[in-house]
Design a binder for this molecule. Structure first.
Ligand SMILES: [Zn+2]
Length: 483
């Protein structure tokens, strides 16, 4: 019987199992048996028509089943089937016509590079001439920025419009406690220049968008994707394909990471792997699902290694291979990636020939600058101040908390009943359809989904708490810790 490896984002539907053995003479039969055993998983994996959803890639051993017999691919006893969903975490650089000379100070600094024959003086000059853009100066951008600066990459561009927050410090080691509240690019640039004053840094203090991406990316040799959201990932991918720039990709979630190099000459791009993003909210972000602080260090440094190899033109680049890292098992696995001839952006007949509206494409709203407490209250919603008044008046209603038990232990709103979203559907029947129901989570995203489930089940009076327990902590009771 084949073994199916379940990735972290889908384990909430498999009773936390990370590997399941099921009967099945073909991949399709095995997936069907898996979905039969875990019914909640079925709608995540399959469309209503029974097709495997396009944001999940299915591998038999190290081959994508799209290039084997699809779901009809026969399986053998010892086979491993991997489900690889998309998660929110280059051509060799042309030799510079005039290689920049190194000063005596630089020669001393880069001594340990210069004595490696594969790098040498010529390699170090290539590094000095190279222009690398880091999209994001967060978890992945932090080790990337520090090490690429130290290695002597001559010009490093930083794109970020965010400010340093206390919750960043657990992993974004380029920022210090005293930087909280500062612009991330200023904080990052300061650390990088402190390590290596011989490099130059270009600051792009903007949100990368369809309007500015081509203009920003065009000046760089290599783009390194350290973003944390799907719209920017697709934007970076498409812009890199259109400009013919290599895209060094990394993504992280909890204990797992992925890395590869996209858009490298004949190599595949991100859309070859994932033509479409997952439905909004299905794959949680690190803010929602968490991430081990060390994990972006590991993945960011794999990206940094690939970047330096591409600049030097040495070694075997991570092209056409998706590297999967599991920190808990301390295992690396590698899957083959192929260029999809029908890829909408890099295929033979592309349908995407210019940048599109990526927020619309991914079905997620643009990141709002306004803090949660100023969010508008729409129909079907309630703000935390009104919720407090209702609780103080002793109104008769049911307050549900759809976060996970370990989050409930960190902070809770008194009187809330915990029903985690992962098991919500099976508990909906326990509530009175005529009761007034108020639902909250951490920020309001998961509770909005719970409200939708209840309304679909016939509940008429359901409201979602805008901003969740975070807004409660900010506006009503600061003694409730924010996390
Ligand atoms: Zn492609």
């Amino acid at each position: 019987m084949p073994k199916i490896l379940i990735p972290t984002p889908l384990r909430q539907f498999t009773a936390k199992e990370n590997s399941v053995t099921v009967p099945g003479a073909t991949v399709g039969e095995a997936l069907d048996a898996l979905a039969a055993r875990y019914p909640d998983l079925r709608q995540q994996l399959f469309t209503p028509e029974g097709k495997v959803r396009s944001f999940v890639n299915v591998y038999l051993n190290d081959e994508d089943i799209r290039y084997l017999g699809k779901t009809a691919t026969p399986t053998a006893e010892a086979d491993t089937i991997s489900l690889v969903p998309s998660i929110a975490g280059g051509a060799a650089v042309a030799a510079p016509s005039e290689a920049p000379a190194l000063s005596n100070e630089e020669i001393l600094r880069y001594s340990r590079h210069l004595i490696i024959p594969e790098v040498g003086m010529e390699g170090q000059q290539k590094l000095k001439a190279a222009k690398v853009l880091l999209v994001g100066t967060g978890g992945l951008g932090a080790p990337l920025g520090l090490y690429l600066a130290a290695a002597g990459v001559g010009r490093i561009g930083l794109v970020d419009f965010d400010v340093v927050d206390f919750t960043n410090l657990q992993r974004q080691v380029i920022h210090s406690t005293k930087d909280v509240g500062r612009n991330k690019i200023d904080s990052a640039a300061e650390k990088m220049l402190a390590i290596n004053p011989h490099i130059s840094i270009s600051r792009h203090d903007v949100a990368l968008s369809s309007e500015n991406a081509l203009d920003i990316l065009k000046d760089y040799d290599i783009v390194v994707d350290g973003t944390d959201n799907f719209p920017t990932r697709y934007l970076v991918n498409d812009a890199c394909v259109l400009l013919g720039k290599p895209n060094v990709y990394g993504s992280i979630f909890r204990f797992e990471g992925q890395s590869t190099v996209f858009a490298h000459e004949d190599g595949p791009c991100y859309r070859c792997l994932y033509p479409e993003p997952p439905p909004p909210g299905l794959v949680p972000s690190c803010a929602e699902g968490g991430v081990l602080g060390i994990l972006p260090g590991t993945i960011g440094l794999i990206q940094a290694t690939e970047t330096v190899k591409l600049i030097l033109g040495i070694g075997e680049p991570l092209v056409g291979r998706l590297l999967l890292y599991d920190a808990l098992g301390m295992r690396f696995r590698e899957l083959k990636l192929r260029k999809n001839p029908e890829c909408p952006v890099c295929g033979a007949h592309p349908t995407i020939t210019r940048l599109i509206d990526y927020h619309q494409f991914c079905g997620v709203p643009r990141q709002q600058a306004a803090p949660a407490q100023e969010a508008k209250v729409n129909e079907g919603e309630i703000d935390v101040t009104e919720l407090k008044q209702k609780l103080d008046r002793g109104d008769k209603f049911v307050l549900l908390d759809v976060r996970e038990p370990h989050e409930y232990k960190i902070a809770k709103i008194p009187g809330a009943k915990l029903v985690p979203l992962s098991e919500f559907a099976s508990h909906v029947g326990e509530f009175d359809k005529n009761a007034e129901i108020v639902v909250h989570c951490k920020m309001g995203g998961r509770s909005a989904k719970a409200c939708a489930i209840m309304r679909q089940a016939g509940f008429a009076n359901v409201r979602n708490v805008v901003g969740g327990i975070t807004a409660w902590s900010e506006k009503v009771d600061p003694s409730v810790p924010k996390y």
